[in-house]
Design a protein around this ligand. Structure first.
Ligand code: PLP
Length: 677
């Protein structure tokens, strides 16, 4: 069935589907916060009436928190958020454990492999600060995201602390708390157990005092309260060490003047959770219906969508999926254009963009790299879900109209002529690897460089739907990290053309520059010039898209240099394969520089940091080894020695992408963004 949502004529309202990152403050919660700032602004520790009024708000909020959490005799301590709760729990557990450490024993600190980074990082931090020297170990999960119970049973006897989560922030996968409780306590009565309940609040019934959980952190901003307010549950008699000392607030357990506006807002949210308010949250059955509606809309819009988690063990408010052939950045951009906020389910880290949560679940690399998360909260309305579904259909239609997907109904899609002309350079990314497509709109011809199999369908769709003639499909070298789909594309699109092992057509014209013969092909009114640039591999070439050469004694006018793995952004291609040669790379770098100079745009076959292109000049400013080669400040043998040292930094993680060059450590640091997860 074709879907043809009408094109909205008004500016699109925002549809926020990123509730697991943070939520908007509900108007009634904001009003409560404002009232404590303007009217009931007292300090709960003051003994005058303003102070007493403030204390009443605080006491009420605490009572509600106890109810919502099922705290029983356990304590509720207000904090700035979950990260503080996590610190407090870990500091408390480890300070207590330190008192009775046996120096002959090897201890562990266990955490779920899909835990929010705040947990393992805090474990490592306090383990070091307190000089506990325990081994910090991740508990594996299965492909449904479920913690390995046998592993826990085996490892927990030696554990000082075990940290698990109620609901995962990337996938919504929830754990079986009763099973964990039984397993942990059957094997270790004393181990401190923290359960991160941040993503469970408002989505699951909580009754913590019925479990042996010692600590549970919560965060207000994940459920419509402002940032800066949170709370933690501490089981009765659980060890406790104050993380913040001072004026003795919170019975001395957490000093610092209380965040009254935050507390008042949180109280409003609790009233809604407890059904004490006029406005109520959607019941869980409704949330399931909302999820089903979104799933239907997504599946209809993107028939080959793959969901990255099982719905039967996930809360209904989180959907994590991938679309074959599309990077998470492209889908994010698509949704952004439709004014729908979603997030990429992968950590855009310095290396490759992938999700450690989905990796831990053993999902295929492409799913982890291109994951998208849609999440909503219990204040979601039917109207918003309806709008979101309509907008999703609209976004999918935009993909078809721009020739990025085929119209499922009209698979023999005619050549589309009324579209904005496609012209110039397009990068397609899969993980850190790139395919480049160059289109000359006047001659309707195109060339593809380093075609990745994951984008083959999209490339074909684009060529057919735009009526483009493929002139050549060329690899810059034999790739070690992925299979090229060049041969398939050649067979399908260029069956009459004979070419060499990288796809360079036979019998191409040539010219001589400085005594070296270069072959070229025509792409519209431009030339694509082949330069042999061995080093990374012995068959490596670079391709220069340039103006036709009229006088070979004059500098070339190069628009783009497709340099394969010779120069990577922030690195040089690795030269530690059997077919590599660092000394050959030295010559190639100088050759490329002599042809293109410092400012030509380089288009390497990897883009680990989403930088799109670079230039030799830009790379020289961050890569001193390259600068030395270009400036003739280093001999080829010394370069080879330094290059070997650089290649030692390459980390080839099992199951992840083979890195084609060691990223310079200084750059890794700079480019690591913080993510609101
Ligand atoms: N734990 C989980 C599961 C989360 O999703 C988050 C939010 O990023 C945190 C902990 C940290 O919470 P906060 O932002 O309140 O410090």
């Amino acid at each position: 069935m074709s879907h043809s949502p009408s094109t909205p004529s008004q500016p699109l309202s925002l549809i926020y589907l990123d509730a697991n990152a943070t939520t908007q403050v509900l108007p009634q919660a904001a009003a409560a916060a404002i009232s404590t700032m303007e009217t009931l602004f007292g300090n709960p520790s003051s003994s005058h009436i303003s102070g007493i009024q403030a204390k009443q708000i605080m006491d009420k909020t605490r009572k509600q928190a106890e109810q919502v959490t099922g705290a029983g005799q356990g304590k509720i301590i207000f904090t700035s958020g979950a990260t503080e709760g996590i610190q407090t729990a870990i500091l408390s557990a480890l300070t207590h454990a330190k008192k009775s450490l046996d120096s002959n024993k090897n201890y562990t600190l266990l955490y779920g492999a899909t835990e929010h980074k705040a947990v393992p990082e805090s474990l490592k931090h306090w383990n070091e600060i307190l000089e506990i020297n325990a081994t910090v170990k991740a508990i594996p999960v299965d492909n449904m995201g479920q913690l390995d119970i046998d592993f826990i049973a085996k490892e927990v006897p030696n554990a000082l602390m075990i940290c698990t989560m109620a609901v995962n922030n990337e996938t919504g996968v929830y754990q079986d708390i009763a099973l964990l409780d039984n397993t942990i306590r059957a094997n270790n009565q004393d181990v401190a157990w923290m359960v991160d309940c941040v993503q469970a609040l408002g989505k699951q019934q909580l009754d913590l005092s019925k479990t042996s959980i010692d600590y549970a952190p919560f965060s207000g901003h994940k459920l419509y309260a402002p940032k800066g307010i949170g709370y933690m549950y501490v089981r009765e008699n659980a060890a406790f060490t104050a993380f913040i000392a001072g004026g003795g607030q919170e019975s001395g357990l957490r000093s610092g003047t209380e965040n009254l506006p935050g507390l008042a807002a949180l109280s409003t949210i609790f009233s809604m959770l407890l059904g004490e308010s006029e406005t109520a949250f959607a019941p869980v059955e409704t949330l399931h219906l909302f999820r089903q509606q979104l799933v239907n809309a997504l599946t209809q819009a993107f028939p080959n969508i793959v969901f990255n988690h099982h719905f039967e063990n996930s809360v209904p408010t989180t959907l994590n999926f991938a679309l074959p052939g599309f990077s998470s950045k492209e889908i994010m951009d698509l949704f952004d254009a439709a004014n729908i906020r979603v997030s990429s389910g992968s950590a855009c880290s310095s290396k490759v963009t992938r999700s450690f949560v989905l990796d831990a679940m053993g999902l295929p690399a492409w799913q982890s790299e291109s994951a998208i998360r849609m999440s909503f909260g219990p204040a979601m309305s039917q109207e918003e879900i309806d709008n979101a579904c309509q907008r999703i259909a609209f976004a999918a239609q935009a993909l078809t109209q721009s020739c990025l997907t085929l119209d499922e109904v009209n698979t023999n899609a005619e050549v589309i002529t009324d579209k904005t002309e496609l012209d110039g350079l397009i990068q397609f990314k899969v993980g850190g690897s790139c395919t480049w497509l160059y289109v000359d709109s006047l001659s309707k011809s195109a060339v593809i460089i380093d075609p990745l199999p994951e984008v083959a369908e999209r490339l074909k769709t684009l060529l057919n739907c735009r009526g483009l003639t493929l002139v050549a499909v060329i690899d810059t070298h034999g790739h070690a990290d992925h299979v090229s789909c060049r041969e398939n594309m050649e067979t399908e699109q260029l069956s009459d053309q004979q070419s060499d092992s990288l796809g360079w057509p036979e019998n191409t014209p040539c010219l001589t520059i400085n005594g070296i013969v270069y072959h070229y092909i025509n792409i519209g009114d431009k030339w694509l010039l082949k330069v042999t640039t061995p080093g990374h591999t012995d068959d490596s070439i670079s391709l220069l898209l340039c103006e036709p050469v009229k006088d070979s004694t004059k500098p070339l006018s190069v628009h783009y240099a497709f340099c394969g793995d010779l120069i990577l952004m922030g690195s040089l291609g690795r030269t530690n394969f059997p077919c590599s040669s660092a000394t050959a790379m030295y010559v190639s770098l100088q050759r490329l520089n002599s042809l293109i100079g410092p400012d030509t745009l380089l288009c390497p076959s990897h883009d680990y940091n989403n930088e799109f292109t670079t230039s030799i000049g830009a790379e020289m400013s961050v890569n001193s080894l390259l600068a030395q080669v270009i400036n003739n400040d280093i001999y080829s043998d010394d370069f080879a020695l330094q290059k070997a040292r650089m290649d030692k930094n390459i980390i080839d993680e099992a199951g992840s992408e083979i890195m084609c060059g060691a990223l310079l450590l200084s750059l890794i640091h700079i480019s690591e963004p913080t993510r609101p997860y």
